[in-house]
Design a protein around this ligand. Structure first.
Ligand code: NAP
Ligand code: MG
Length: 409
């Protein structure tokens, strides 16, 4: 079978520990035999970030800006303990934060749905993708304790020096006060990324905030979303038969719980922090959660939602067999391949990505899985069989080639 060609490169961001082992297995077993990989590779391992004084991370982010599609392996965020372990010159910032600052993106997290792994909410039969605004609000707030009898005021000083004051509260007894902010630019980027992603996924978008109470602050979010929708995306949404809806956050939560999933849920920063953990838990496991950073100018960076699985890596280093779930990392690759195919007009690449996803899911649905999924699996007539990290990928390769039980039996 001739290998599938790629017109333009995918930016490959290599990482650390167990996910780096999985990364190489995926390429060897599931990609290289089928695709003539066109990659521009950046080694974001902790040691190389340290050696290059993190220039490698900045270069990788700029490469994604150029080529529009990247795929990232999980990386260690350096800490004093890691500095000692890896004998580093200095602590480098979190790569995800560096990349996000350059691409100015929004992160969308989506679970991989598999028959036999039941979500805790049984009606959630399609994935819910959560989009979290990643700037401002309570995460950039200023807060303080207030003594008895104090008056708290909000003071805005305009560039010409003019001031506007508002009384927050005249305290009888001690208390607390907090102020927070956001910017039109950040909210606008967030809104565009959400609309762009909904169009790219052809799925409905819902956004919830509390503008009945916070008429100016949350009201600003609602207005910016609505203006961008009406002026830039309404026609495209209508053509695709998808909808955008704003509702109060409480109403959205109630509707999400009763839903069958299948939509994109845009959340303000704090709501997204809390709700993304709820959504991930309901669907079962971080190892089944994919993540994509979408920038307002249309760059896509795909990754797994979990970390480098350090505990399994130490076992691997001791020569012990591991059973680490590769689904989220594999789906980062298929996401990137499909996006590359879509942007380049090479449908055979999109078809391959879809087939590979179906092969991996079919392996689990047929009862072959890594250890983390075994306690969650329940399907009539199928008893789960735990396999090693590598064996799972070999079974998926077998499924891809149409062998009924994969390469395993
Ligand atoms: P982690 O790597 O996500 O792993 C935490 C635990 O979750 C594992 O020990 C394992 O549980 C389970 N787990 C996670 N992914 C799994 C998988 N694919 N298959 C099976 N089990 C899985 O989080 P961490 O241990 O807190 O962090 C490790 C390193 O990752 C840190 O250095 C951190 O900085 C980094 N990190 C990177 C990213 C990123 O690059 N996006 C994100 C988060 C963390 P059991 O041990 O019980 O089997
Ligand atoms: Mg959180």
């Amino acid at each position: 079978m001739p290998k599938i060609k790629m017109k333009n490169p995918i930016v490959e961001l290599q990482g650390d520990e167990m996910t780096r082992i999985i990364w190489d297995y995926i390429k060897e077993i599931l990609l290289v035999p089928f695709v003539d990989l066109n990659l521009e590779t950046y080694d974001l391992s902790l040691v190389n970030r340290d050696e290059t004084e993190d220039k490698i991370t900045v270069a990788a982010a700029n490469a994604i800006k150029r080529h529009k599609v990247g795929v990232k392996c999980a990386t260690i965020t350096s800490t004093p303990a890691r500095q000692k372990e890896y004998k580093l010159k200095a602590l480098t910032p979190s790569p995800n934060a560096v990349i996000r600052a350059i691409l100015d993106g929004t992160v969308f997290r989506t679970p991989v749905i598999v028959k036999g792994i039941k979500p805790f909410i049984p009606s959630w039969t399609s994935p819910i993708t959560l989009a979290r605004h990643a700037y401002g609000d309570v995460y950039k707030s200023v807060e303080t304790l207030v003594p008895d009898g104090a008056k708290a005021e909000l003071v805005i000083t305009a560039p010409d020096g003019a001031t506007a004051r508002k009384t927050i509260h005249e305290f009888k007894g001690g208390g607390i006060v907090m102020s927070m902010h956001n910017t039109d630019a950040s909210i606008t980027s967030f809104a565009r990324a959400c609309f762009k992603y909904a169009v790219s996924e052809k799925r409905a978008l819902i956004f919830g905030a509390k503008d009945t109470i916070s008429k100016t602050y949350d009201g600003r979010f609602r207005t910016i979303f609505q203006d961008i929708f009406d002026n830039e995306y309404k026609g495209e949404f209508e053509r695709l038969g998808i909808t955008y809806e704003y509702n109060l956050i409480d109403d959205v939560v109630a509707r999400v719980i009763r839903s069958n999933g299948g939509f994109i849920w845009a959340c303000k920063n704090y709501d997204g922090d809390v709700m993304s953990d709820m959504v991930a838990t309901v669907y079962g496991s971080l190892a089944m959660m994919t993540s994509v950073l979408v920038s307002p100018d249309g760059c896509f960076e795909f990754e797994a939602a979990h970390g480098t699985v350090t505990r399994h890596y130490y076992k691997h280093l001791k020569g012990e067999e591991t059973s680490t779930n590769s689904i989220a990392t594999l789906f980062a690759w298929t996401g990137a391949l499909a996006k590359r195919g879509e942007l380049d007009g090479t449908p055979e690449l999109c078809d391959f990505a879809a087939k590979l996803e179906r092969a991996a899911v079919a392996a689990i649905e047929g009862g072959i899985m890594t250890g983390d999924l075994v306690p969650m699996f329940s399907k009539e007539g199928v008893s789960p069989c735990k396999v090693s990290t590598r064996e799972f990928l070999e079974v998926a390769a077998g499924k891809l080639l149409g062998k009924p039980s994969g390469n395993f039996f």
